[in-house]
Design a binder for this molecule. Structure first.
Ligand SMILES: C[S@@+](CC[C@H](N)C(=O)[O-])C[C@H]1O[C@@H](n2cnc3c(N)ncnc32)[C@H](O)[C@@H]1O
Ligand SMILES: [Mg+2]
Length: 354
């Protein structure tokens, strides 16, 4: 079963494209490179490194971050091989990279911008990562970067005005217990399906490296900079409805299929699923921080690269642009709220298939 959503990261390589605007996601990959190398060096068995080595990226978007992620992995595998066998990996190992995303993802831009001089063969793998997308035991290391926080759908009741779970916000702010539980339940169901699928597709002993952001335990989404900006997006949409640029009804029916879980929630889901051992759950702290909180323009652009897709799908591109103009103004006005917010957390999770 392949489900294709009505939103998709902004393709191409224009000024608003994911390709051009996803530098904050990339900063995490760059900061985590040493930890990824270490994780591969200590958790990947040398027996798995033979003449053919397959790397898969789930939720790759249109680049270029995916190229950084897979190159980090290939460099680490080569380094381990070179050190432990004293042989030249280039003579003995062929790499293949499997790029997965929804069918509507801009794979054309991805393939047109593949790094010159790369030492791997490439293939596109279309389809939802909540289902099987590859044959059994077909890859050795998988990566997901900023793609481990999606749900397959909006939880039941959230959109229903007569339900106690009716959520007026476009996101799970964390303040309504029942709403939070509905999101967590849906996230838990979907993530377990995702882990089941990857466990079948991975070779025994294979690894999954997950990079992204989550909440520190006990922190509510709307208390973090990311949650505050998401609230700005919701408020900006309401402002546009008040101005008559869009309808309030449309704003009220806009939700995102995203749930940023708390660290212990993620651990619990992985442990309950039971297909993987958590070898590491690292807090990645780097100089770029998660967001440039003192640069409203950059902040608005970063969020546009990611959330713009959802908004454009529901409201059209014009409203999407106007929304982020307002978001930038709000971020400028409320900079102290952003800089005083509770910190989010960026992670590298290393999973080994049991
Ligand atoms: C924020 S982007 C991250 C892109 C890239 N990995 C990076 O680090 O910059 C999330 C990507 O996950 C993809 N995605 C979300 N849900 C998915 C699903 N169920 N199956 C496949 N891809 C999915 C989206 O289409 C999008 O390209
Ligand atoms: Mg994000």
């Amino acid at each position: 079963m392949t489900t294709t959503p009505d939103w998709i990261m902004i393709g191409g390589d224009g000024p608003e494209s994911y390709n051009q605007q996803s530098s904050y996601q990339r900063a995490l990959l760059e900061a985590a490179k040493d930890k990824m190398t270490e994780a591969i060096s200590s958790n990947l068995s040398l027996d798995l490194i033979s003449n053919r080595f397959n790397v898969a990226d789930f939720g790759c978007a249109s680049g270029p971050n995916t190229f950084v992620a897979v190159q980090n992995i290939i460099d680490a595998v080569e380094e381990k091989y070179r050190k432990e066998t004293r042989q030249n990996p280039a003579e003995n190992i062929e790499f293949q990279v499997l790029f997965n995303d929804f069918t509507l993802n801009d794979f054309n831009t991805l393939f047109q911008t593949l790094p010159p001089g790369r030492r791997y063969y490439s293939a596109g793998v279309p389809g939802s990562f909540f289902d099987r997308v590859l044959p059994k035991e077909s890859f050795h290391i998988g990566v997901m970067s900023y793609a481990f926080h999606f749900t397959s759908k909006i939880p039941k009741g959230i959109m229903d005005r007569d339900s106690p779970l009716w959520n007026k916000d476009m996101q799970c702010t964390g303040f309504n217990e029942a709403v939070k539980k509905a999101y967590l339940d849906q996230y838990s169901i979907d993530t377990k399906k995702l882990l089941d699928a990857r466990a079948e597709e991975l070779v025994p002993g294979g690894l999954m490296l997950l990079l992204g952001s989550c909440l520190r335990d006990g922190v509510k989404m709307s208390e973090t900079p990311k949650g505050i900006v998401m609230d700005f997006i919701g408020e900006s949409l309401s402002d546009l409805a008040k101005q008559g640029v869009t309808e309030q009804e449309k704003v009220d029916t806009f939700r995102t299929s995203i749930y940023f879980a708390e660290q212990s929630e993620i651990k619990h889901i992985i442990e309950e699923n039971g297909k993987f051992t958590i070898e590491a759950f690292e807090d990645i702290i780097h100089s770029e921080n998660e967001f440039p909180l003192d640069q409203p323009k950059t902040l608005a652009i970063s969020f546009k690269a990611f959330y713009g897709a959802f908004i454009a799908a529901h409201f059209g591109t014009e409203i999407m642009r106007k929304t982020f103009e307002l978001v930038e103004i709000k971020a400028r006005k409320e900079m102290s709220r952003l800089t005083n917010a509770k910190p989010g957390m960026q992670y590298l999770i290393v999973l080994r298939k049991n």
